[in-house]
Design a protein around this ligand. Structure first.
Ligand code: ADP
Ligand code: MG
Length: 474
C-alpha cells in the first residue's frame, strides 16, 4: 500500500480529531486539503494567510506530533495558501506562504576580556552556571523597516531611526527617544532599528528589552547579590534598546542603575534607543539627571496617523495577507479608527476572519459592527491628569485647588476621590499617584483610598459622588 498525501493526512486528522474540540476541528482542520507529499514534506492547502497563522499559533505542536507519528522525525509541513478572490472576477490564486524572509535571529557571541576581573560574569538572560556569554538580541524580525509604513505622522521618528541604524553610536541622535501614544508603532520601530543594525553590522551586539523586564532583572540581581554583574553585562552591549521607559517612573533603584549603564555606553560611543508613552517633559517620577540625559539626543514623536497613512497601512496589511476588500470598507475602517494602529489592524483582521470562515461577504454593515465592537472593547486607560480634571469639574473647582494644601473638608474629599480613582483606574503606584496629585506621599494615598472605601459604606451622599464619577470616568 503506497503512502500518499491523502493517506498521511487522513491519519493525521484521525489523531487530531481525538485531541481537540469538535468545533475547533470543524473550523480549522476540515477545510484543509492535502496536496502533495514529497520526500518527507507534506503540503497542505489552507484558505487564507490568517488561517495559516492561526494554525501555527495554536496547533503547531499538535500538527507536529501527528505528522511525526506518520512520517518520522524528519517530517516537514508546507502550507499552501489558496485565496478565494471574492472581489473582482479573477480566478482564485495560490501563493506560497510569504513567510517572513528573515530567518530568526541567531545568538550573538560576545568577547569578554580574558583578564576580566569577573570570569563568571552572569548573563541575566540565562540560567546561572553557563560561562559562555551568548546574547540573544530579543529582536523580532517581523518588525522591520520594510513593513513600517511611512507617513507624515512618523516621518521624523522613522528617518531618525534609519539614520541611527546606518551609523549606530555615530550620530547626534544618542539616545534616540521615540515617544507617542498606545499602538502608534513605538515597539515596532524600536525593533526595526535593531533588526536593521544587525543586517548592516552583524558583529554589533544588539539587545532589545522592555523596561519592565529590565526592572525585574535588576530586582533579581539585587536579591542574588549580583548587582555588579548586572551592570557589567549591560555595559558590554553595543546597541541597547529599552522599550517603554515610562515604566521606570517611581523606581529609583532601577533608574539609578540605568543611569550608570547609560553613562558608560554613551561615553563609549554605544547607541541607546528608548521608547516612552510620553515626552521627557511630561514624564513623572523620573530623576532629573536621567531626564536630562534623555534630552541629550533626539526625542521624536510618533503622532496619530493621518487618513492617508491609515489607508496605506490597511491596504498593506490586506496585500500581505493576500486578501482583497472593497474600497468603501477600507475607507470606513480608516475613517472610524483614528488613534491606534493596533486597533486599526485588529479591526481589519477581524473582518478578514469573518469573511474567510463564515464565507460571508464583507458588507459595510459587517464593517460597522466590527468597528463598533473594537472601539467599545478597547477601553483606554484614563490618565491621572484626566481623573483630576473630571473630579475638579464635578465639584466645580479647578485642579490647582484640588491639589492645594488646604484642609477644607470638601476639597480634601475631592482630592481623596481623585486618589481613589487614580488607584482604581490606572496602573500607577501609590507613590506616583501621590506625587501627581499635589505632591503627597504614598501613605496619604493609601489613607485616602481607605477613607473613600469607608465613606462609601456609611455615607449615602458620598456613594452618589462615587457612582457619578465612575460613570464619567468609564
Ligand atoms: P506601541 O508600541 O506604540 O504601542 P506597536 O509598535 O506595538 O505600538 O504597534 C502596534 C501595531 O501597529 C503593530 O502591529 C505594528 O506593526 C503596527 N504599526 C504601527 N505603526 C506602523 C506603521 N507605520 N506601519 C505599519 N504598521 C504599523
Ligand atoms: Mg509597545
Amino acid at each position: 500500500m503506497s503512502v500518499t498525501a491523502n493517506s498521511v493526512w487522513n491519519n493525521c486528522l484521525a489523531f487530531i480529531k481525538d485531541n481537540i474540540q469538535p468545533q475547533a476541528f470543524k473550523t480549522w482542520f476540515e477545510p484543509i486539503k492535502p496536496v502533495k507529499l514529497s520526500d518527507n514534506a507534506l503540503s497542505i492547502q489552507v484558505p487564507s494567510k490568517f488561517f495559516y497563522e492561526w494554525l501555527e499559533e495554536h496547533y503547531v505542536k499538535l500538527l507536529k506530533v501527528a505528522l511525526t507519528k506518520e512520517l518520522g522525525e524528519t517530517a516537514k509541513l508546507v502550507y499552501i495558501i489558496r485565496m478565494e478572490n471574492t472581489y473582482g472576477n479573477r480566478e482564485p490564486f495560490t501563493e506560497k506562504i510569504p513567510s517572513s524572509n528573515r530567518g530568526n535571529m541567531g545568538p550573538q557571541e560576545m568577547d569578554v576580556p580574558i583578564k576580566s576581573k569577573n570570569p563568571e560574569l552572569r548573563n541575566p538572560f540565562v540560567i546561572p552556571g553557563i560561562r559562555n556569554i551568548k546574547i540573544e538580541s530579543q529582536l523580532n524580525p517581523n518588525y522591520n523597516f520594510d513593513n513600517f509604513l511611512e507617513g507624515d505622522s512618523n516621518r521624523l521618528a522613522r528617518s531618525a531611526g534609519m539614520a541611527v541604524a546606518n551609523k549606530p553610536g555615530g550620530t547626534s541622535f544618542n539616545p534616540l527617544l521615540v515617544f507617542g501614544g498606545v499602538g502608534l508603532g513605538k515597539t515596532h520601530l524600536a525593533h526595526a532599528i535593531g533588526v536593521e543594525i544587525k543586517d548592516k553590522y552583524p558583529d554589533r551586539t544588539v539587545l532589545y528589552i522592555s523596561a519592565e523586564k529590565f526592572t525585574q532583572q535588576y530586582i533579581e540581581s539585587v536579591k542574588k547579590n549580583t548587582r555588579n554583574d548586572f551592570i557589567h553585562f549591560y555595559q558590554l552591549i553595543d546597541v541597547l534598546i529599552i522599550d517603554d521607559v515610562q515604566f521606570l517612573s517611581g523606581k529609583s533603584g532601577t533608574q539609578d542603575v540605568f543611569f550608570h549603564i547609560f553613562n558608560h555606553l554613551h561615553q563609549n560611543g554605544k547607541q541607546v534607543i528608548l521608547t516612552s508613552d510620553k515626552a521627557p517633559v511630561d514624564m513623572q517620577d523620573i530623576e532629573q539627571r536621567l531626564l536630562s540625559r534623555f534630552k541629550w539626543g533626539l526625542s521624536a514623536e510618533l503622532q496619530n496617523p493621518d487618513y492617508e497613512t491609515r489607508i496605506s497601512i490597511l491596504k498593506n496589511k490586506l496585500y500581505r495577507d493576500g486578501v482583497e476588500m472593497p474600497e468603501d470598507i477600507i475607507d470606513y475602517v480608516a475613517k472610524h479608527i483614528k488613534t491606534n494602529i493596533r486597533e486599526l489592524e485588529g479591526a481589519i483582521i477581524s473582518l478578514i476572519a469573518q469573511s474567510s470562515f463564515n464565507k460571508k461577504e464583507v458588507t459595510l454593515e459587517l464593517a460597522q459592527q466590527v468597528v463598533e465592537k473594537f472601539v467599545k472593547n478597547t477601553k483606554r486607560e484614563v490618565s491621572i491628569d484626566y481623573i483630576q480634571k473630571v473630579v475638579s469639574d464635578y465639584f466645580e473647582m479647578d485642579v490647582a485647588t484640588l491639589q492645594s494644601k488646604t484642609r477644607k473638608r470638601h476639597i480634601v474629599q475631592a482630592r481623596q476621590l481623585a486618589m481613589f480613582f487614580a488607584k482604581k483606574f490606572t496602573k500607577a503606584s501609590l507613590a506616583s499617584i501621590g506625587s501627581q496629585i499635589g505632591k503627597r506621599d504614598h501613605a496619604t494615598v493609601l489613607h485616602a483610598c481607605k477613607t473613600v472605601d469607608n465613606l462609601a459604606e456609611t455615607d449615602k451622599q458620598f456613594r452618589k459622588y462615587i457612582e457619578d464619577l465612575t460613570k464619567k470616568l468609564s
